[in-house]
Design a protein around this ligand. Structure first.
Ligand code: COA
Ligand code: AMP
Length: 624
């Protein structure tokens, strides 16, 4: 079995044989005798009787094999002027110490720990420490506001929260501690303790519940790896759904370790001792999988970068990191490349660096527009690989499998389904769509190891959100087609999830905020195309009868409310007051029609529209 087609066929025709082979790359305390438990569809469990520890596989295993001096993690932070390397032995020491600290605070196997940290190495340390003792981490992206953090605290009910005094955004210092304290005030669930990493840029005053990271870690007794079931949760990662309430995607230990290890050889072509640089954030799935877990499970070196691709200090930082740390593969979102292109269209900063060791650029998180693809290809002269995946899947669903068999690139396509993923396109009738015809992109069950087994404490929502539209299939929420060569084309979400600068957000959560303003009767938020960020949200509000606010002031208030309650990361900067919203006769707001018009498409007026005049009035505002 060598090429893509044979490997893909084997994974679909004999998934148990395929994933039993892949599981041999992982150290087990108890080798699984059963590969897949299909006894309770649509819930599937991989390696149901296996026992392992993810942290052991990520750290101890490499140290015990004599690679303790190899570099595990490089922290590169242009915003603080810091560079620091951790060998595998050093990282294990830090992680064991912090795991001991968590144990001293009463954290035991199965307890949840929320991690709300900027891009500092301690974020990886905290995640791995949880894995070490069988605690379940839930990392919350630092750009989310207190209310979003509070919602996640209430759902995950953590015993401990790990945070820092501040984060750094370009030249700005953002104090995290007041946000954390507000989130805890807003939440019904209260953690026992908060461990705070003090950063010199802004130290925080600690309260009764708080513990100073450094002081407490110094006196903690290092903790060993605890065996957990392969099916035990490793983490919960909240992601945006169509409503304001985020979905707690659960990741198990066994399937996750096996699948990620497999991707490093077959998709990314990064092996032990080689360097991977993923410019994302540990708060997103890309950060979980390819900053922290996959490179370390492989014995490779990962670069954890604190900063933006442009700005502080310049648009040459990615090239500097690649040259300075000998990066073989880089992974980021297309929006980062658009940002660099805008600031340095000729790529002149590249002349300052030697990129001779650089082999591949991987892009994901949003649609890769052909223009950005071409620019990156011409500039870097290495394969530029678009690949498609989601928080739910944990690893790529479609990719050009450079490590297995490179294939020709078709602009606009993340290439072919990755082995393990039986990707199909269905028409609304449930019949398979013809090649090149758009439909709902679905995946035939069972999903492969490492994909979500369920949502945290919510099997019902898991089934309702993903498994009910088409019996026997997982609904990705993306629309698109497959061409006659088997290439997948992902055209965009079919629901109200939007993707802003590679960050997945729910328009529903922004609508909830707007609806909370006393002058607003009803509202809609849609995602519209944006040259730099791919998409940005636009809001439309209808005023309550009798409300006569100053419209400029109202707009400023609404923008501030979204920033305050959802977070700056929403990039919500545009809201219009309109006389009415277009609706169907049953009262459903025609968001898709609005979206189409705003993006300049010749959108047919749906036959179900209640009052076409409303749409006519709105059209010039949408086209603005
Ligand atoms: N903590 C606090 N605030 C944050 C934050 C964090 N962790 N992350 C972002 N923000 C803030 C930003 O400072 C910005 O605030 P502003 O409106 O006051 O300027 C706002 O949230 C929007 O952030 P962003 O969308 O990232 O815009 P940007 O202009 O700061 O940067 C890019 C744009 C394209 C350079 C940046 O988003 C990027 O590098 N993205 C690609 C990599 C990536 O993160 N991908 C995610 C998944 S792969
Ligand atoms: P997230 O869960 O944050 O990783 O976002 C997942 C969503 O991002 C997908 O459902 C897609 O809509 C979009 N996405 C991710 N990668 C790609 C890609 N390569 N091409 C098109 N859309 C993508």
């Amino acid at each position: 079995m060598t090429g893509y087609r044979d490997t893909f066929r084997a994974s679909i025709e004999d998934p148990e044989g395929f994933w039993a082979d892949a599981a041999t790359a992982i150290d087990w305390y108890r080798t699984p005798t059963q590969v897949l438990d299909s006894s309770n569809p649509p819930f599937y469990r991989w390696y149901p009787d296996g026992e392992l520890n993810t942290c052991h596989n990520a750290l101890d295993r490499h140290v015990e094999a004599g690679h303790g001096e190899r570099t595990a993690l490089i922290y590169d932070s242009p915003v603080t002027g810091t560079r620091r390397s951790f060998s595998y032995a050093e990282l294990r020491r830090e992680v064991a110490q912090f795991a001991g600290l968590l144990v001293s605070l009463g954290v035991v196997k199965g307890d949840r720990v929320v991690i709300y940290l900027p891009m500092v190495p301690e974020a990886a340390v905290a995640m791995l420490a949880c894995a070490r003792i069988g605690a379940v981490h839930s990392v919350v992206f630092g750009g989310f506001a207190a209310k979003e953090l509070a919602v996640r605290i209430d759902d995950a009910a953590p015993k401990v929260i790990v945070s820092a005094s501040c984060g750094i955004e370009g030249k700005r210092v953002i104090e995290y501690k007041p946000l954390l304290d507000r989130a805890i005030d807003l939440a019904t669930h209260k953690p026992d303790r908060c461990v705070i990493l003090q950063r010199p840029q802004a130290e925080a005053a600690l309260g009764e519940r708080d513990v100073d990271w450094v002081e407490a870690a110094e006196v903690a007794t290092p903790a060993d790896c605890v065996p957990v079931a392969a099916t035990d949760p490793l983490y919960i990662l909240y992601t945006s759904g169509t409503t304001g309430k985020p979905k707690g995607v659960v990741r198990d230990n066994g399937g996750h370790a096996v699948a990620l290890r497999w991707t490093m050889s077959n998709i990314y072509d990064v092996g032990p001792g080689e360097v991977m640089f993923t410019a994302s954030d540990v708060g997103w799935v890309v950060g979980h999988s390819y900053i922290v877990y996959a490179p370390l499970l492989t014995g490779a070196t990962t670069v954890l970068y604190e900063g933006k691709p442009v700005g502080t200090p310049d648009a040459g930082q990615f090239w500097r990191v690649i040259a300075e740390h000998g990066v073989k593969a880089m992974f980021t979102a297309p929006t980062a490349f658009r940002a660099i292109k805008k600031e340095d269209p000729k790529g002149s900063f590249l002349n300052d660096y030697d990129l001779s060791g650089f082999a591949y650029l991987f892009l994901a998180g949003e649609r890769l527009d052909p223009e950005t693809l071409r620019w990156a290809q011409d500039l870097l002269k290495v394969p530029v690989i678009d690949h498609w995946w989601q928080t739910e899947t944990g690893w790529p669903i479609a990719a050009n499998l450079i490590g297995l068999e490179p294939m020709p690139v078709k602009p606009g396509s993340p290439t072919v389904p990755v082995p393990g993923w039986d990707v199909q396109v269905l028409a609304p009738s449930g019949e398979p769509a013809e090649p090149d015809v758009d439909g709902a992109i679905v995946i035939k069950l069972p999903l492969p190891p490492g994909s979500l087994p369920t949502l945290w404490n919510d099997d019902e929502r898991f089934v309702a959100s993903y498994l009910s539209a088409f019996d026997g299939y997982y609904l990705t929420g993306d629309g698109g087609h497959i061409d006659a060569d088997g290439y997948v084309f992902v055209m965009g979400r079919t629901d109200d999830v939007i993707n802003v600068a590679g960050h997945r957000l729910s328009t529903g959560s922004m609508e909830e905020v707007l609806a909370g303003h006393p002058d607003v009767a009803e509202c809609a938020v849609i995602g519209v195309a944006d040259q730099m960020k791919g998409q940005v949200p636009r809001g439309f509000v209808v005023l309550k009868a009798g409300a006569e606010p100053d419209e400029d002031e109202l707009r400023a208030e609404l923008i501030a409310m979204v920033r305050e309650q959802v977070g700056a990361v929403a990039s919500f900067k545009d809201v219009a007051v309109v006389p009415a919203l277009p609706k169907t006769r049953s009262g459903k707001i025609l968001r898709k029609t609005m979206r189409g018009i705003a993006d300049g498409a010749e959108e047919p007026v749906p036959s179900t529209i209640d009052d076409p005049g409303v749409l006519d009035t709105l059209r010039p505002i949408l086209l603005r």
